[in-house]
Design a protein around this ligand. Structure first.
Ligand code: ADP
Ligand code: MG
Length: 242
């Protein structure tokens, strides 16, 4: 076992009345009956999942089904509303706004910051620096604050840093752009030794690379098992929705 998720649920508060027209809002305030409604929204409901050492697990499902939320919970960026998560070893989240990224700092500064948060010494970072920049293909942007990076660029940097910190678990949210092919190549290499949880809409890639797949729909696990079977469930689900 490298990760165990036990009865995890996660809710967010969604605010209503926010888009009230100013006039309506003013009248409501004057009348004293303006109340901002907050509604609980359950993004994940009672998720149970175990990821084994060396496993390559695919996470698929329609938009908004809770895939990114589940990765953020596993990364410890969000805390669960209910349930428990056990993780053994070092986690590298390759998600939007990578862990420890500071928007106002440059790519280079963020490499140093992020890698040091993972426990690398300055010397180790210096030794890995060129390779990180080269793999991310961000040479021309490495001195630009990363708030000016696209999501894809941020993920490239996060992926490249993660390769040099030797984590036990990679949590990879959808990787965009051309960079995907390069990451897949690297992941083929990594997968022999590491545990990977991989979110993707690319069913071809999921089928090719994953040992096991989990289908998440509206915050619940609808199916789980061998890639072919679960991808088939996903296609049936989409066909019904269309
Ligand atoms: N911080 C948040 N506040 C409110 N709602 C959120 C937040 N993060 C995610 N959600 C909602 O939770 C649901 C699941 O989101 P997400 O995990 O991003 O789905 P997916 O990655 O599968 O597309 C969506 O409906 C999304 O709008
Ligand atoms: Mg997502």
């Amino acid at each position: 076992m490298v990760a165990r998720i036990e009865g995890i649920s996660k809710y967010f508060f969604i605010r209503h009345n926010r888009s009230y027209f100013l006039k309506e809002r003013a009248i409501a305030l004057l009348k004293g009956n303006f109340r901002e409604k907050k509604e609980m929204f359950w993004a994940l409901r009672n998720i149970n999942l175990e990821v084994k050492r060396g496993e390559f697990l695919g996470l698929i499902g329609p938009n908004g089904s809770g895939k990114s939320t589940l990765l953020k919970l596993m990364a410890g960026i969000l805390s669960p509303s209910k349930g428990k998560i056990f993780i053994e070893g070092r986690v590298a989240p390759i998600i939007e706004l990578g862990v420890g990224f500071e928007p106002d700092l440059t790519g280079t500064e963020n490499i140093y910051l992020s890698a040091s948060l993972y426990g690398l010494t300055k010397k180790e970072i210096q030794m890995n620096y060129d390779e990180i920049v080269r793999f991310s293909e961000l040479e021309d942007f490495i001195d630009v604050p990363i708030k000016n990076y696209s999501t894809g660029m941020q993920m490239r940097l996060a992926f490249s840093i993660s390769l040099s910190i030797d984590p036990d678990i990679f949590l990879i949210d959808e990787i965009l752009e051309k960079f995907q092919a390069k990451c897949f190549e690297k992941m083929e290499e990594i997968k022999k030794k590491k545990t990977i949880v991989f979110v993707s809409h690319d069913m071809h890639a999921v089928k090719m690379m994953c040992d096991r797949v989990c289908l998440l729909v509206k915050g619940k696990i609808l199916d789980e098992g061998p890639p072919e079977k679960v991808i088939d469930s996903y296609h049936k689900l989409i066909a019904v929705e269309e």
